[in-house]
Every structure is written in structure tokens, then in C-alpha cells.
Design a protein around this ligand. Structure first.
Ligand code: 5MM
Length: 338
């Protein structure tokens, strides 16, 4: 099969109009923080049990089309010895892999960040592919301040995303391109819109320069919201501002936009996705989710590391996934919350 056909098949499996993506790709440091928040220490066995619990939730495949895994998870198995990537695939959930290696300061652009991990990427992708991964994810992070992101920050981060995406496509892996504009700060929704517009514009400019085929990628952006130290905006305003900027910057060839939750509460992330879908009109892309915290926070709390809590935690998780599936259809109502 040609690489283009492989990627087309992956896109068809990931983009079906009613399912989203579970981001379960927390790196070791991040998962330790999430576990600590519910009083758990992060051990290899704990992480395995937790991921196994998520992926074996019966019926998850009705609402989730893909899962982004952290490298460690690709070699982990459930209690019966089945690799976690197969546990996902058995539920018609496509396994994917986070391939960036974290972020640090961008020299020459105080306050901006840059992500590492391009060296040896093609070889790593071939290995992940042999382990079952069909798509990848790379995140660039943009803090907002009076002077950030700088022009250098915008171009350097876009260049990284485009180079990563081009490498993925050269080996038949669908790239998820994730430019995360952080919610931290007291900026207004208008400032967030201005920054996201510049970010998305630079990203698609770079993707074009690197010859990335937009038909075979997914965009994972932030929603346009005010900073978390500012008053919240109503869902209709978030949807209106986000769609306005997406229409200006994201070509129609992109099949799906899978938002990150970025520190919104689970309910906010769902109600905002619902508003986006109610307002999208004839927008050309699917509007979906690729949430980590907004799907996992209540689940992790309900589980608390106790084997006896698995069934109730899975019920919480499935419900969150179902509510986001309904939000993709514009059928979510806040009264549906437990
Ligand atoms: C922004 O983070 C991504 C989406 O998660 P949220 O829905 O919680 O915002 C997420 O996929 C993230 O990239 C992973 O959790 C990996 O993060 P780290 O910081 O461990 O690289």
C-alpha cells in the first residue's frame, strides 16, 4: 500500500464525524503530577494499571476514535498480557504516539519556548509504527505575555511543527500538529484571538513551505478563550472567536480540528465544543476533541489507584467521552452532567 493510502486509511478511521481522541500521552513528569493531585505515587505498575483501565473501558470505541500514547505505554500490557495498543485497536481505537521530547527556553526570544526531538525522528517513527502506532503528536507551547510570543518564537515553533509533520508523512504516519497557546495569564479573549491567529497563520505557512499534505494531518489547537486569571467568556463567544480565526487561517483541506482542553474544566471543554459545533455552519472541517485533562481528571479522581474503584472510574470516564461525542453533534446539554 502506498504511504498516501496508509495515511488516508488512518484519517478515515480517525475522522468519522462523531468520535474524538483521548490524549493519554502524559510524559513521566506530567503523569507524576496528575497522580500526586489525587494522592498517588507514580510507579511503572500504577501507570500500567491506569492506562489499562482507561483503554479497556467497554464501549469506549463508540466515542473515541484514537488514543495518543506515551512511549512507555507502547510496551505495556494489560493483565492478560495483551499490549495496550492492541487493547485499543480491539475497540476500533487507532493507537498513536507522542514523539516530541519536551520543551525548554528558546534562545534569543526571552519568555518563548521550543520543543525538542527531531534528531532520529524518522527511525523512532519506524519503530513505533512496527509497534502499532499509526499517527503521531508533537506539541509546541506558546505563553502569552505583553511581549510573547515574539516574532522569532512564532517562526521557530512553526518551523519545528512543519519539520516534524513532514518527517511523519515521509514514513506514512499521520501527524497531529499541536500549537498550544497557553491559557495562563490575565489576557482578554481578544488578545488570545490575535495570538492564535498569528500562530495558526505561521504554522500553515511553514507546513506549506515544507510540502506537508494538509489532507493527511490533524490540527490540535487551543480554543480562543480569555486567560485563566480573567473573567470567563460565555461558550457562544468562545465559539464565535475561535471560528472567526480558524476560518481566516486553516485551509479547507484539513480534515479535522481536534481541540485540546488546556486547563478548561471538563464541563467547560464540553460546553465550548458543543457551542462550536452548533455555530460551525458550513465550516469545512470536523470539530472534535483531543482532551487529556478534560477526559481524565474526574476518572483519575474516581479511581484513586484502588482496584475496587475500576468499574466506577470507567463509568465516569465513559460518560465524559459520551458527553464530548454528543458535543461533536451539538447535542450536549449541561443538564446531562451527573
Ligand atoms: C496540552 O496538552 C495536551 C492536551 O491535554 P489537555 O487536554 O489536558 O490540555 C496533551 O496531549 C499533552 O501534550 C500531553 O499530556 C503531554 O504533556 P507533557 O507535558 O507531558 O509533554
Amino acid at each position: 500500500m502506498s504511504l498516501a493510502n496508509e495515511m488516508q486509511d488512518t484519517i478515515i478511521a480517525l475522522v468519522d464525524g462523531h468520535r474524538g481522541i483521548l490524549a493519554a500521552d502524559e510524559s513521566s513528569g506530567t503523569i507524576a503530577k496528575r497522580f500526586a493531585a489525587v494522592g498517588l505515587e507514580s510507579s511503572e505498575e500504577g501507570r500500567r494499571s491506569y492506562r489499562s483501565m482507561l483503554l479497556s473501558s467497554k464501549g469506549l470505541g463508540e466515542h473515541i476514535a484514537g488514543v495518543i500514547l506515551f512511549e512507555e505505554a507502547l510496551s505495556q500490557k494489560n493483565d492478560n498480557g495483551t499490549p495496550l495498543s492492541e487493547v485499543a485497536a480491539e475497540q476500533c481505537i487507532v493507537p498513536g504516539i507522542k514523539v516530541d521530547k519536551g520543551k525548554g527556553p528558546l534562545p534569543g526570544a526571552p519568555g518563548d519556548l521550543i520543543t525538542y526531538g527531531l534528531d532520529g525522528l524518522a527511525e523512532r517513527l519506524e519503530t513505533y509504527k512496527a509497534q502499532g502506532a499509526r499517527f503521531a503528536k508533537w506539541r509546541e507551547v506558546y505563553p502569552i505575555s505583553h511581549h510573547n510570543p515574539t516574532t522569532l518564537g512564532l517562526t521557530a515553533n512553526a518551523e519545528m511543527l512543519a519539520r516534524y509533520a513532514a518527517v511523519c508523512q515521509s514514513v506514512g504516519i499521520v501527524p497531529i500538529v499541536e500549537p498550544e497557546v497557553l491559557i495562563d495569564g490575565e489576557h482578554s479573549i481578544e488578545r488570545s484571538a490575535t495570538v492564535n491567529e498569528r500562530v495558526w497563520h505561521e504554522v500553515f505557512n511553514a507546513l506549506h513551505r515544507h510540502g506537508v499534505e494538509l489532507e493527511y494531518l490533524l490540527l490540535k489547537p487551543s480554543m480562543v478563550t480569555p486567560g485563566k486569571e480573567s473573567a470567563k467568556a460565555p461558550p457562544e463567544q468562545v465559539a464565535e472567536q475561535t471560528l472567526r480565526i480558524l476560518r481566516r487561517t486553516v485551509p479547507a483541506a484539513v480534515p479535522s480540528i481536534n481541540f485540546l482542553s488546556g486547563g478548561q474544566s471538563p464541563e467547560e471543554a464540553t460546553v465550548n465544543l458543543n457551542a462550536l459545533n452548533l455555530m460551525k455552519g458550513n465550516a469545512p472541517w470536523q470539530l472534535s476533541f483531543s482532551y487529556a485533562r478534560a477526559l481524565q481528571e474526574p476518572t483519575l479522581k474516581a479511581w484513586g489507584g484502588q482496584p475496587g474503584n475500576v468499574a466506577s472510574a470507567q463509568a465516569v470516564f465513559l460518560n465524559r467521552a459520551r458527553l464530548n461525542h454528543l458535543a461533536m453533534l451539538g447535542e450536549y446539554r449541561p443538564e446531562m452532567e451527573p
